[in-house]
Design a protein around this ligand. Structure first.
Ligand code: OGA
Ligand code: NI
Length: 354
């Protein structure tokens, strides 16, 4: 099978190269998704996602902090997604990492292919779609995924990438740790519960740069199909071109990019740890026919060898038995990353039915 006998590296065509082919006016059938435009889509002015003021969450004033924790709880319960403002990460650094990622995608096809990983857990992995050797439909997306923690990795091209990624990742990790501390507290757990139980000292942090080139038939293609994120907390930024949609109350809501803020969402492992009190939320990225869109998603997860299960304190009540099986994060990640996202099917596989 594919996993035990790796096939020779596939000669990938990037979506970037495809999109730039002269006179492209329709997309190859391999990129055609089952119709999704009939889904009703709402703009976030009708349903606006919550905002977390990070400076209040980290405030020495206990009233301010506890108010922020309450707001965080509400955001996790109602949406699973929220904007993060006043986070202290310099805007110039956010722009620099988007710029450097754009420069990576500008390398020649041959240079980029040098960073193609062989296994889904390789620390540097450039590719197109998800796992182009198994995907049945291809996504209108090229990507670069790099492990930033517990060990830092970087492609050696473009030359500026390493230093910017190191600085950006270090700063974003601090923001993620503080938010997870708030999430812990908001669940009625010790504020360092997640940190300790999942060994965040060795926690996985991935920089996932997504490139969505303009697409001549955006209504037929999909940048990133509906999925939930595997880790605990993802912090995403983008180049001011929209495309992200979040499922809320059964409808897709388009989220407009807001400068100088992070878009945060909780992942499957918060759902497992909280025994379903907080749910990871489906989201997807659609494409457009005008602008190149770049997003940088940073999932923060447990340590790869941490075994995650519902927090004992949240399942001690007989009416609230554990709803998820314990599973090693690494095994979950491997399962989730091998195939194209299919809603929350991966999380469903660790759910216990009673
Ligand atoms: C992701 C993701 C959406 C986007 O990388 O997990 O959901 O807007 N990306 O690029
Ligand atoms: Ni995602």
């Amino acid at each position: 099978m594919a996993a035990t006998h790796p096939s020779p590296p596939l000669k990938l065509t990037s979506v970037k190269a495809l999109a730039e082919s002269p006179g492209l006016s329709s997309i190859p059938s391999l990129y055609t998704f089952p119709k999704h435009t009939n889904d009703e889509v709402f703009s976030d002015t009708e349903e606006s996602i919550p905002t977390l003021d990070f400076s209040l969450l980290t405030s020495p004033n206990t009233d301010e902090r506890s108010k922020a924790v309450q707001e965080l709880r509400k955001a996790c319960q109602d949406w699973g997604f929220f904007m993060v403002t006043n986070h202290g990460v310099p805007e110039s650094l956010m722009k620099a990492i988007i710029q450097a990622s754009g420069e990576f995608f500008e390398l020649t096809e041959e240079e980029k292919r040098g960073f193609e990983g062989k296994h889904v857990l390789d620390p540097i992995r450039y590719g197109t779609s998800f796992n182009a050797s198994v995907d049945k439909i291809l996504c209108w997306r090229d990507y670069l995924k790099i492990f930033q923690h517990p060990e830092f990795h970087s492609p050696n091209k473009p030359p500026v990438f390493r230093e910017i990624a190191a600085e950006y990742s270090r700063k974003v990790r601090q923001v993620a740790k503080e938010i997870l501390r708030g999430v812990s507290e908001s669940l009625g757990l010790e504020d360092d519960y997640i940190d300790k139980a999942l060994n965040l000292e060795q926690g996985l942090q991935v920089l996932a740069a997504n490139l969505y080139p303009p697409c001549p038939q955006p209504e037929l293609a999909m940048g990133f199909p509906a999925h939930s994120d595997h880790g605990l907390l993802t912090l995403l930024i983008q180049n001011q071109i929209g495309g992200l949609q979040v499922q809320h109350k059964g409808k897709w809501v388009s989220i407009d990019p807001i400068p100088n803020s992070f878009l945060a969402n909780i992942g499957d492992h918060v759902e497992i740890l909280s025994n379903g009190k907080y749910k990871s939320v489906l989201h997807r990225a659609v494409v457009n026919n005008r602008d190149v869109r770049i997003s940088i998603a940073m999932p923060h997860g447990p340590a790869l060898d941490a075994v995650v299960s519902p927090a004992p304190k949240l399942v001690e009540d007989e009416r609230n038995p554990p709803a998820y099986r314990a599973m090693k994060y690494k095994d979950y990640l491997e399962l989730q990353q091998t195939n194209m996202p299919n809603g929350k099917s991966c999380l469903e596989s660790v759910r216990k039915y009673m």
